[in-house]
Design a binder for this molecule. Structure first.
Ligand SMILES: [Cu+2]
Length: 448
């Protein structure tokens, strides 16, 4: 349909064309074609505040929280407090970060399209700040860019932002004053706006995950905002593996995962094992069904959100991680020589006479690093985590950083971690037996 409401308004304003009355279905149709963002509300109309459980199924922010609100005269009132936070990235690694309401990142702001919101922002930081509402269509004066849309909020001050959500989707909020410093310190969070009139099936599990990157020298207590390239703590909802909580789903459920990325310098191709999903939304709006395509990896550019959906029909423990291999390492040191293939036995013996715990690292790769540290073979500075991993059900999991696990089970209790997957007989990789090798004509000692 080429005739849009905007065209109608323009035509009406110029008085050149008679404006036909549109049926409400046609009006809805015209709205979706005239706006890039997705909307299911009538723009002149006001709506009662959307209620969790009635108007929407609440989103889950793994390792995070959802911001509380109260309703005052039909307006949802929120209060964000920007402040310093003692934050744990994973067991063994904490830092003084900046966040909102006692957590890094800030809690997820969740609304329903048509909700009128009033968001108070109190600044308890040592520096001025503002909050920008990324992707939200609102009046220019509410957009939160320091200097451009408002003066900055000084320490001790409280500002108020107010608008009506006229769109649904996944958005973000973050500091827009001294962004380089304040976002590197963690001042960001997710915004989820549910449609007032949903089309299509609702998800049974709806997850929100913010991707971000940090530089934290081993032993240091504060992230370094000056870093441009060498980020060494890569996080989902400000946690790095093994600190990331698993996502769970019951077999057959429709799962939606909303990714946001506010990394300083990096895009993240997030890969899910065991599934193909559809990429259904960006922070610009819903992707028309005809343009959705199946994929196993979704590239989440910095400054953007991507939403994926799939039916959880394949039970198991499925890795979900950034596919950039340096983004699934924890505090990675790059400043050492390439030792792959080097026989370090003589070096270890010689140095070992002076330093009894000495061990040359890296001659068969980096996978051993975390396990060695756990076994006490190697010391690491206080308040730091090894380059990789955690103990898994079968062996050491040589992944860190932007890594988590989707656990799909026939039966679940709420959102509780069901533990490790027990593969049914005959569905587990294992060492081949001699009989099998003989049966299938496989000779392990064969030379090509
Ligand atoms: Cu990445």
């Amino acid at each position: 349909m080429s005739f849009s409401r905007r065209d109608a308004l323009l035509a009406g304003a110029t008085g050149l064309v008679a404006v036909p009355m549109l049926s409400s279905a046609a009006a809805a149709q015209s709205r979706t074609s005239s706006y890039a963002h997705s909307t299911s509300v009538d723009h002149g109309q006001s709506y009662r505040p959307g209620r969790p459980g009635t108007d929407y199924r609440p989103v889950i922010t793994p390792n995070g929280a959802t911001l509380d609100y109260r309703i005052v005269d039909g307006v949802k009132v929120f209060h964000l407090i920007a402040e310093e936070v003692e934050h744990e990235f994973a067991p063994g690694l904490t830092a003084r970060t900046w966040g909102y309401n006692g957590r890094t990142h800030g809690p997820t702001i969740e609304c329903v399209e048509g909700d009128r919101v009033r968001i108070y922002v109190t600044n308890r930081l040592i520096a001025p700040t503002t909050v920008h509402w990324h992707g939200v269509i609102l009046p220019s004066g509410m957009d939160g860019v320091g200097g451009l849309n408002q003066r900055s909020i000084h320490t001790g001050e409280t500002f108020v932002y107010e608008w009506t959500f006229r769109q649904h989707g996944t958005f973000m909020y973050h500091s827009h004053h001294d962004e380089m410093t304040q976002m590197a310190m963690g001042l960001m969070g997710m915004i989820v706006v549910h449609p007032r009139r949903p089309r299509g099936p609702l998800p049974d599990r709806d997850y929100a995950i913010m991707l971000s990157t940090w530089k934290l020298e081993p032993g240091a207590r504060r992230p370094d905002p000056n870093e441009m390239t060498d980020f060494n703590v890569l996080t989902m909802n400000a946690r790095c593996y093994p600190g990331t909580a698993p996502l769970v789903a019951q077999r057959g459920e429709r799962v939606r995962i909303r990714f946001g990325n506010l990394s300083a310098m990096d895009h993240h191709p997030i890969h899910l094992h065991g599934y193909a999903f559809r990429i259904t939304e960006t922070d610009g709006g819903e992707i028309p069904e005809s343009a959705q395509h199946p994929d196993t990896t979704v590239l989440v550019p910095t400054g953007a959100t991507r939403t994926v959906e799939f039916i959880a029909d394949n039970p198991g423990d499925w890795a979900m991680h950034c596919h950039m291999t340096h983004h699934v390492m924890n505090q990675m040191g790059h400043g050492f020589p390439n030792m792959i293939g080097v026989n370090a036995r003589n070096i270890d013996r010689a140095v070992g006479q002076l330093l009894p715990t000495y061990m040359t690292m890296g001659h068969d790769g980096m996978g051993e690093h975390g396990a060695h540290i756990e076994m006490g073979h190697m010391d690491v500075p206080d308040n730091s985590i090894p380059m990789v991993g955690a103990r898994g059900p079968h062996d050491y999991i040589t992944m860190g950083g932007m890594f988590t696990v989707l656990k799909v089970r026939d039966r679940l209790t709420g959102n509780a971690d069901p533990g490790w997957y027990q593969a049914p007989d005959g569905t587990q990789a294992r060492q081949a037996t001699t009989a099998e090798l003989q049966r299938d004509g496989i000779d392990p000692s064969r030379r090509n």
